[in-house]
Design a protein around this ligand. Structure first.
Ligand code: GLP
Length: 243
């Protein structure tokens, strides 16, 4: 596991865009799982800038979603399909046929999870999986206590996660209570992982996950065992690490 500490969120975002682009340039038809949330927003903005300068070609990349709210229609502004489409897929003109999204409106969410895992397996587990981290050390939507052997599954969201994500909705009651998530074992099957964390609010989760013991209470801690993980932090997110 490699930890890089950048001075500011802006620098972290530029570095993240640079690393993602390196992967795409090395293997244009890579399988790329993309994170959502507030943290990667400036990374996507940087990638849009590079695209407009003719420096980023994602047209052959196979894009995967990492997580999604159960029951939220794709056109809902807070669905992760909507987010990824707006932030990166449309602006970078990534062809629709290269994209694998959860069907959040399925009548059979359980079946959707096995279908999603099967699709990942047949197209190929990600060459690069981008991740953020929650205040309680969740990655994707794998909440504390999730088994390290988990595959794509449905989760009941932790109160802390619902609270954190309510800032994107009109109020807390609008936040869906369940989500689809790529499992921890599925994440570990990715060839390379890039996790971004910014701000003091993430400092404790970062320190516990990456300098504490590997434990299901801190889902992100499993990344300590991954052979090719890069953690990008700004100064604030790194503030509780012992350096
Ligand atoms: C959300 C998402 C995660 C994301 C994390 C951090 O709940 N499910 O995929 O990485 O929380 O989000 P943010 O970057 O907004 O802090």
């Amino acid at each position: 596991m490699k930890i890089e500490i950048l001075e500011t969120y802006e620098e972290l975002s530029k570095r993240a865009a640079e690393l993602i682009l390196n992967y795409v340039n090395t293997n244009p038809s890579l399988n790329l799982a993309l994170p959502t949330g507030g943290t990667p927003l400036a990374t996507y903005s940087e990638l849009r800038k590079l695209f407009s300068q003719g420096k980023a070609d994602f047209s052959k990349a196979n894009i995967f979603q990492i997580d999604e709210y159960v029951g939220l229609p794709p056109e809902h502004p807070q669905s992760y399909v909507h987010y990824l489409t707006k932030e990166i897929i449309s602006p970078l003109k990534i062809p629709k046929e290269n994209i694998t999204f959860y069907n959040a409106l399925t009548d059979n969410p359980q079946e959707e999870t096995s279908d999603y895992e099967q699709t990942l397996k047949s197209i190929g587990y990600p060459d690069l999986m981008g991740l953020g981290i929650g205040h309680n050390s969740h990655i994707a939507f794998n909440e504390p206590g999730t088994s390290f052997t988990s595959r794509t599954h449905i989760v009941d969201l932790a109160e802390k996660t619902i609270e954190a994500n309510s800032r994107f909705f009109n109020n807390k009651d609008e936040v869906p209570k369940q989500a689809f998530t790529t499992g921890l074992a599925t994440i570990m099957d990715s060839k390379n992982i890039l996790l971004l964390a910014s701000g003091e609010g993430k400092a404790e989760a970062v320190a516990k996950s990456f300098q504490g013991e590997v434990s299901e209470e801190h889902p992100a801690s499993i990344l300590q065992k991954h052979p090719s993980t890069t953690i990008l932090l700004d100064k604030e997110a790194a503030s509780k690490l012992k350096l």
